[in-house]
Each structure stands twice: as C-alpha cells, then as structure tokens.
Ligand binder design. Structure first.
Ligand SMILES: Nc1ncnc2c1ncn2[C@@H]1O[C@H](COP(=O)(O)OP(=O)(O)OP(=O)(O)O)[C@@H](O)[C@H]1O
Ligand SMILES: [Mg+2]
Length: 479
C-alpha cells in the first residue's frame, strides 16, 4: 500500500527521545511539510532547516525540489534505494525511480543520518532497527550485490540498516556507545574501494583536515571501513546534519551545479566562525585534489544545524578515485569562473573565494603536499593496505603528476614556459633536463620521491617550490 503522508519525528538538540515535529504530505509530485501545533507550541522548537521557518500551514519545497532538503537528506540514496526496491520486486516494481520518496522514508531504518525519523503515526514511535551482526549484514550485502537470494530476516536487516545515503554498499551498526557506518567491498568490485578510502581519510587527517575517525577491518572476507558517526555523540542524542546540497537548495540531478564558491558564500553568511571554516574548506579542497578524490560532490560536504547556526561536520568519504588518465576535474567547481580542474595551482588562484591570500593558500597547498609525500608510506602501513594497493594508488590517484602542473597561458599572462624558465634549476636531479621526463620511480620514501612540476623532474621539496613559483607574479620561493 502506498502512503500519502508520514509523521516527521525529531530529536531536539540535547534530547534523547524524539518528538513529533510535523507531517509530510504527498501533493501531486511534491512532499509538503507542515509543523504540528504541539511542536510550534514548544519553547525549545527549532526549524528543521533554515528554509523551513517555524510557522503553521503547509510549506512547499523550494522551487526545483520535490521535498525540503532536510527530508531528502534523511532518505536513503542509491544503495539503500536498491535494497528497498528489492522488497518491492514481487509487486512488479523494477526501477528505484518508480517508488515514491515516502516509501523510502517509511521503509528505511530509523537510526538514519541526522536527527529525523519518519513514522506512520503521530503518537506512537516504533523504531525500525536491525539486530543482525556486522558479519551477517556484510554477507547479506554481498549476496545482494551479486543478485543472489537473501534470506528474509537479512533482507529486513539490510533495509533497516539503510537509513544512510551514498552509492557504496554500507550498513549502520551500533557497537556499545559507538555508532558506525560500515562501508564494505563486494566481490564484484574492480577497485579496492575501502582500502583506497581508508588511505584517503588518513591522508586527510595528516594534512590537518578534521576527519570522522575511521578504521579498515576484514569482516567475513571483505574489506570493511568503519567510520564513526559524527551525528551520534554517544550520549543518546542525535545531531541534525544538512548536506551542502541542501544548503545550496539543489536537487540531486542538479548536483553538478553545486560549487565550492556557492558553499563558501553560504559559509560567509550563515556559519559560525566563517573565516576559519572557509580555510578548512580550502584545505579539504586541496586534499581532495592531492589524493585524487574527485568525487567531492555536494552530498559529500555537510554541516551541523542546531536551529541557530551551522558548523562544518568532520570530513567523510575522502576516497582516491580510480584514474586512467592524468588530468582530472573536481565534482564541484572551486574557481570564480567555474574552474574545477584538479590542479593545486588553480586552487591557489581561487584563494579569495576562501578568504585567503594567495600566499596563505600556497602555504596550505605546500603543507599538504609535504604531508602526503612524507607520510604516504606510513599511512599505508598504519591503515593496513598491502603493497599492491599502495602502488596502485600512488601517482595515479594520489599525487598524480597533473595536480602539480602550473598554469596554462591565459590572455596575456606569462606562459607556463616563461614561468618555468625563471625557476632556479640548480636543484634538479643530476642528469635530468627540463622537458625530458623519465620513468617514475615506483618506490616511495624520503629522498627517492621525484615529481614532475613545470616540465622538470625534481625532488619533492623543490617541486613544492615550483608549485609556489608556478603562479604568475611569484617567481621565487622564499627558501
Ligand atoms: N561519519 C559520518 N557521520 C555521520 N554521517 C555520515 C558520516 N559519513 C557519511 N555520512 C553520511 O552518510 C552519507 C553516505 O556516506 P558516504 O558519502 O561515505 O557514502 P558513499 O556511498 O561513499 O557516497 P557516494 O555516493 O558519495 O560515493 C553521506 O552523504 C553523509 O550524509
Ligand atoms: Mg558520499
């Protein structure tokens, strides 16, 4: 039976029990939200999101959306949708788009991301929870991914663990006071996703990015990345989280229009400590470029919302992506003119977007580059990836040489060649000549790492200087 409405329950800041905030009604193609009278009468009521002011009467979603962003953020994404769809296959429904959003909200688990849940009733709260073990869930997920039958009990468990977005296979698990997202590999994977993400997250940490704690484990013969949930502080309360997609008022299908530039503007206007937050966002951009995480779309950035202010959540889903070519592009543009090319020099040029001077931006890029080069070996050892993955990622996704390319000529700016000629080449590796690249050494370690910058191979420290100098107007580093 298809529902026409759902009651929206919420955990107010600091509360351990949910209250009814209101109701969503399906009206034609959209979900309209109405605050409950009892909720509006509370002294501690907060708007569920900035676009949902506390007032009576139905509120339509912003133009272009079929539901308010906070509601959509609470729904499963492609992985969870497929899990739920499977339960409807016997009704003849074969496409995730054929099920209404309300079905996904009411059939996914209650321990969903953020501080909302959806119920059939306004007076009785029934949590839809899974009590399966991680081992069982991973095995069920593997069968599901391969299109094999999943026993009913695990089918329910998978659905109740699916109150989380994203495309990768994952389940939500509770481990004592800790609440975790368990993202797992499946045998149909052609890339070691979880190992790559474990490396990406740890590299981000080493680069000074506040990152959700994560740990790579082997469970039931699968790589499992356990990520601590930042929306569950561990005291029974739930923190409200809004995706950047919601903050930008965009629908998933328009996600490509979301940019760091627009997010930076929201941060300037609505966030606590906007300047520090912008600097942190720039650092995240630099790390995404450096580690080859080109999947930095607006659902991979988020903010806590306490009804008054927004604060950036820790970083998550920092995953070096498989790359067959050199040059790549970030999912979100970061430059004032839509620049999205995965090059550090372009990031530095966009410094003003993040309220940084170019010199400060260069210092951050430099610091992160050093951290990635100096700590890659250690990071791989710590997270426990083998040589094969270490080699697979290095110089392809992580520290791909193209991210160090200097600017291309634009208008009458000095050309890259002119810039390169102004470099101090005394530190070039003996025997190497500018413009004659050679086979990259595959070994990573102090003193052995070479990288190409501005057309010449050089030790990493010098290459970093080249990055700094690669910008028009900065010909010499202050070494
Ligand atoms: N540590 C965390 N705490 C709370 N929520 C999180 C955390 N990590 C991720 N999330 C939420 O879960 C969603 C899915 O997680 P994640 O982005 O890691 O999955 P994914 O399948 O890799 O995503 P994608 O579709 O971007 O590849 C995120 O969009 C975010 O809303
Ligand atoms: Mg994601």
């Amino acid at each position: 039976m298809t529902s026409e409405a759902a009651y929206v329950w919420t955990w107010l800041p600091g509360a351990v029990d949910p209250v009814v905030a209101g109701r969503v009604d399906q009206v034609a193609e959209e979900l309209r939200f109405t605050y409950g009278r009892s909720y509006l009468g509370r002294s501690d009521a907060i708007p569920l999101e900035p676009e949902l002011p506390l007032r009576s009467g139905p509120q339509r979603p912003p133009i272009g959306l079929d539901a308010h962003g906070v509601i959509r953020d609470a729904a499963p994404d492609s992985w969870g949708m497929r899990v739920i769809l499977r339960r409807h296959l016997r009704d003849g429904t074969e496409d995730t788009a054929a099920l209404p959003l309300l079905t996904y909200l009411l059939e996914s688990g209650s321990n969903r991301i953020g501080a909302l849940d959806f119920q059939e009733a306004p007076d009785v709260y029934v949590a839809r929870e899974s009590h399966a073990t991680l081992d069982e869930l991973v095995q069920a997920g593997e069968r599901f991914a391969r299109g094999l039958p999943v026993p009913q009990v695990f089918d329910d468990a998978l659905a109740y663990s699916s109150g989380v977005g994203g495309a990768r296979p994952k389940v939500l698990v509770v481990d004592g006071d800790r609440q975790l997202i368990a993202k797992f590999s499946v045998s149909t994977d052609t890339f070691p996703w979880m190992q790559a993400e474990a490396v990406g997250m740890e590299l981000a940490r080493r680069c000074g990015v506040e990152t959700a704690p994560s740990m790579l484990e082997r469970v039931a013969d699968h790589d499992v990345l356990l990520v601590e949930r930042f929306d569950r502080p561990g005291d029974g309360t739930r923190r409200s989280v809004l995706s950047a997609l919601t903050l930008l008022g965009l629908h998933e299908i328009a996600a490509r229009h979301g940019s760091y530039v627009d997010l930076a503007e929201r941060i300037r206007l609505h966030f606590e400590n906007p300047k520090e937050t912008l600097h942190q966002l720039f650092r995240r951009l630099v790390v995404n470029v450096l580690v080859g995480n080109t999947d930095d779309h607006p659902r991979n950035h988020a903010a806590f919302w306490d009804g008054r202010v927004l604060t950036l959540t820790p970083a998550f889903d920092v995953c070096p992506q498989p790359r067959s070519t050199g040059e790549a592009a970030q999912a979100m543009a970061f430059g004032p003119h839509g620049e999205r090319r995965s090059r550090l020099a372009d990031c530095v040029r966009a410094a003003a977007v993040f309220q940084l001077s170019e010199r400060e931006a260069q210092a951050i890029a430099d610091e992160c580059t050093t951290a990635v080069y100096e700590q890659y070996e250690d990071v791989c050892a710590l997270v426990g990836v083998g040589d094969q993955t270490k080699e697979l990622l290095w110089r392809r996704a992580v520290a791909n040489e193209s991210v160090f390319y200097p600017f291309e000529p634009v208008g009458n700016r000095p050309s890259a060649t002119t810039e390169a000629q102004t470099f101090d080449f005394e530190d070039l590796v003996a025997g190497e000549t500018a413009g004659q690249p050679r086979q990259l050494p595959r070994t990573v370690g102090p003193g052995t790492v070479l990288q190409q910058a501005c057309g010449a191979w050089m030790p990493v420290a010098r290459a970093r200087c080249a990055l700094v100098r690669g910008h028009a107007g900065h010909h010499r580093s202050g070494r």
